[in-house]
Design a protein around this ligand. Sequence first.
Ligand code: FES
Ligand code: FES
Length: 928
Amino acid sequence: MATIPAVRTREDTGAIAFSVNGRGVVVSSPPSQRLSRVLREDLGLTGTKVGCDAGDCGACTVLVDGDPVCACLVAAGQVAGREITTVEGLGQSQIGARLQQSFLTHGAAQCGACTPGMLVAATALLEQNQTPSESQVMDAIGGVLCRCTGYRKIVTAILSGQSDALAEIHPEAGNAVGQRVVRLDGKRKVDGSEIFGADEVPMGALAVRAIRSPYHRAQFHFGDLDEFVSAHSGIDAVLTAKDVPGKDCYGVIPPFADQPVFAHTEARYRGEAVAAIVGAPEIVEALDPATFPVVWQELPALMDIDEALAPGARQIHAHREENVLVRGRVVRGDVDRALADAEITAEGEYETGFVEHAYIEPEAGFARRVGDRIEIQACTQSPYMDRSDIATILGIAPEKVRIIPTAVGGGFGSKLDLSVQTFLALAAWHLDKPVRMVYSRTESIISTTKRHPARMRLRAGCTREGKLVALDFAADFNTGAYSSWGPTVSARVPVHASGPYYVPHYRALTRAIHTNLVPAGAFRGFGVPQAAIAQEQLYDDLADRVGMDRLEFRILNALDNNTPTVTGQVMGEGVGIRACFEALKPKWQAARKQAAAFNSNAVGPFRRGVGVAGMWYGCGNTSLSNPSTVQIGLQRNGRIALHQGAVDIGQGSNTIVTQICADALGAPIASFDLISGDTAVTPDCGKTSASRQTFVTGKAAYMAGAQLRNSIIALVKACECARILFEDGHITIEENGNRRKFTLADLPLDQHGYVITAEATFDPPTKPLDKDGQGTPYAVFGFGAHMADIEVDTELGTVRVLKVTAAHDVGRAINPTLVEGQIEGGVAQGLGMALMEEFFPGKGENLHDYLIPTAGDIPPVESILIEDPSPIGPFGAKGIGEQAVIPTAPAILNALHDAVGIRLRKIPATPDRVRAAILASQQGDRRG
Ligand code: FES
Ligand code: FES
């Protein structure tokens, strides 16, 4: 990034003249104001995103006189007389316009929050060098973080950004499934017009700012809040727990709801809100929170699982004995006897830490009261769940709450829980004025959910031939101060901790334990990635003891269509795990040979290793109903309105659901008008989590599409084989060589305002689990296996991943580009989890200290798509969102063991831990 030299500005007038996207502007602003803020708030150029306000994420990258800079680090006064280019202006140049198209064609934008920064940084490179090398591209975007894509498609898009072959695919009617259709919401993401949580604000909106506990546990009392309000001109109100008119208790799983909007007398974690200030934005933002009248008394806190479980430990919630939120259990066969009789056994203990979601878009939104109703526009993964909890908090009916999801700049599970919505609702409700709230990066990190830290102990046994006979697994998950998704993690992990293998004797016991730390919640996989780290390393140990190739061990034990899972479920069809392992086999054998050859010739500190790991993951809720409803309507203009409430958080559900519906109906995608995720106009498609939208909402869309086709056929009295052409203002029926045209304009409209409406609901068929966890928890599982080639610097302890090969059984790849995007993004998050990501509450609450992978950390990813169709999923499709992250970390950790013979018990494998383990193993060898 270039450095902008300071220039003298006219502080006295505050008028700063410069040019933006070729247009001269004059802004009245303090010269020290951040350029990012001036662009967004004064000039309405919200394409420039703010992810950190600290120079760490690069989302705010703009060009100043052609050089890329972080607009959050540039003062407005520094750009007087200069030319600024933002994402909105990129299309004015051929290079920028082609690059935008290349991002679309290659699927380089997922959530889109990083996309403006990426495009701007890449444009600066291509303006200088239209045929850059890959390493030059990596350097150019090295300062821009992306949490979704894994960077590979971005690099590809930039490398081919000036090619002439950037055409989009427009499949014919009935031929959309399986095609690399460009994401339907993609254009808004590359031209900067997408609306995220912080990008829209009603005129005159007040700002909301939370006051949060600086201590892990503290009692507090307020001073004179009325006095505080009257002493500060521009502050309209201070809200506290007393201002919650309904039930001050919410949570994503209603039976476990336990979180208040504001702590009442004691804050249970650092970052918990105790009050909110509402007032004029410039006053609220400038306020020093230290002047807020609250007195804290820090109290001893339970900082880890051991402290929380210690005999006599104080209970964080009075009704939860021993600080155990919930227990999970799956038991099958006689594990103790099987382990006692096993010819070969192995055991291990593994620990993982908090992982921060680090999406590029911090939480944001606005709210307004409309009579006796409330409307909230915010980034969320779960509009209907939000609606229900906000109604409870306000003490009004759910129908009086409208949730309008914005584009979501990454969620990965954390935006399933409420954040800004509670404060916005209360402020708008009480003041009857529009209000806006935007979390800072630090606020986002300290107050929103994390991946559960896990402590896992396990023991497994097999025969001398390598056949698994038993696994005994126990895990405690640190669920923090409130329940959030702790019950789901506790329930899901025991079902999955066997991995995708036949294990006849099995016991998995889990507990979610409360501590005085930030709540842990949903993060891509609901605890299964942590369990896979343990189980897949243990299986490597078993294979080694048997003296068997580690991949062959997995192939030998892989589930098939007719073997029962650890819950006794026999799937009958669609179990593609063996095919995933088999697909890796030739690459595994070649990579093992290459690594061995490298190591036998190694003279320096570098050693190479290859690791493999398998994965399975049930799509949708565990043994619970989780329906989606989709409605479509034939309009008089011949177009199809698709109402689907699934929130696209970057994974591509807007596009995939439309592809499925289009083929079920037999209409081209271009005929669809998409209406997404607004509780006032779309039916409930459940939450975007648990890899359920392609499967569940996709199936509902399939059913609705087929139903509409049948209704049209019935209306025009055509045969079932007829082809329907959707044209401007009419439909044409082709059958038996004849064409009949039906004008739609004169047909009556139904109560939904359509000529014909079809609506379908799909709820995956599952069965409750019994007391031993036996039953049918999921209708469909996705399967996969990853192989990692790595290189270890044994002197520095650093690990470089050279390549990841990822085979996934997705049933049917509805859109291969989007599936690959999920896999590559999952690999990047898995790599981060394995090697660098660990959040310590109270430390490093920013994107400078909390490291996520950058473009330079991500190796080439080869995706192998296996299509073993699900008998239930739409066109055979299964989920891929969470599946993609699970096997990467264990594959890397197994490769680490392969390279240097160490097993780290505490993850991530940071250089200090790796180096210490290498030294310890060398000393052991010497003693040995
Ligand atoms: S917002 Fe400027 S670098 Fe993150
Ligand atoms: S697409 Fe890069 S952060 Fe989401």
